[in-house]
Design a protein around this ligand. Structure first.
Ligand code: AMP
Length: 284
């Protein structure tokens, strides 16, 4: 497995790959778990070459967020990548990505605005900036993103479309614990009670709301869900239904069941921020 600590060294290697190869790319922030592994496996299946990047991107963290505390488990991550047979791992440094006097940011201005866009101002500008920089360096044919971060997926998909980038953005289903809790690098910060009993309530409610929408065309229990999650210990940031792919507000009175919906949650549990979502597939 090739491991590159500089973008230039990586580009030199990349430029020697023969053009017909299909390159799959999985960008991550490390602290890899089976959710990341499922993206990597999908890329390995669909491409000749799979490239993984691990970079904890400072520009997508707010000043009061957990950039410094974000888990870093490089040795284990490389072990996992090696065992999966990833072809190359890119581990750029902050100074390499954002040299002194760096001053260019990419901003998607519609899909990135609601939901996490409200609670994490500037977050998606950091995401689109790093992802575009990585796309330009890696030049993948297919890039793999988890639907756990559904808003991120739709923002990247929009950026790729708006900028005519020649690659496909592939969304991979969320990998969950048996309890339904979405795997996340941050779950390790939860107490055992929060992780096993409280956090799984998110997915239980999301599924119940999806059932309601499918059967009644609306989700009258959304307030009840918010109250129940609050009583269980969550400090809720949002629990909202939005239409896809642009994340516009959902109006049950005009929904024709021909448009996919996203039911999305974000909240703090014991100071750990958890997000999750389900998609309501339209009947076409
Ligand atoms: P992160 O390292 O948290 O930035 O995540 C890197 C990629 O892995 C993103 O595309 C995430 O959406 C994806 N990912 C994280 N958790 C999961 C999960 N539980 N299931 C599937 N994909 C995930």
């Amino acid at each position: 497995m090739n491991v590159f600590r500089s973008i230039q060294d990586f580009k030199n290697w990349r430029s020697k790959l023969p053009p017909p190869v299909s390159v799959g790319f999985v960008p991550t922030m490390g602290a890899l778990h089976p959710g990341h592994a499922s993206l990597i496996r999908r890329s390995l299946l669909e491409n000749d070459i799979t490239i993984l990047s691990i970079f904890v991107n400072p520009t997508q963290f707010g000043p009061n967020e957990d950039f410094n505390q974000y888990p870093r488990t490089l040795e284990e991550d490389l072990e996992l990548a090696r065992s999966l047979r990833v072809d190359a791992v890119l581990l750029p440094t902050v100074a390499d990505v954002y040299p002194t006097h760096y001053s260019t940011m990419i901003c998607e201005s519609v899909v990135s605005k609601p939901l996490c866009g409200i609670f994490r101002p500037g977050h998606f500008d950091g995401v689109t900036t790093i992802v575009l920089k990585l796309f330009l360096g890696v030049r993948p044919n297919h890039a793999y993103f988890g639907m756990k971060d559904a808003q991120q997926f739709y923002v990247i998909q929009k950026m790729v479309k708006d900028l005519d980038l020649e690659l496909s953005v592939v969304g991979v289903d969320t990998v969950r614990e048996e309890s339904g809790l979405a795997l996340s690098s941050r779950n390790r910060y939860l107490s055992s009670d929060a992780r096993t009993r409280v956090a799984p309530m998110i997915y239980t409610w999301l599924c119940r709301l999806r059932e309601e929408i499918l059967s009644k065309g609306a989700a009258p229990s959304i307030q009840l869900a918010a109250r129940d999650l609050k009583e269980a210990g969550f400090q809720i940031q949002y629990l909202e239904i939005r239409s896809l792919p642009r994340l516009e507000s959902f109006d049950a009175s005009i929904w024709q069941k021909d448009q996919d919906l996203l039911i999305a949650f974000a909240g703090l549990l014991e100071k750990t921020r958890l997000i999750d979502n389900v998609i309501v597939q339209a009947i076409h």
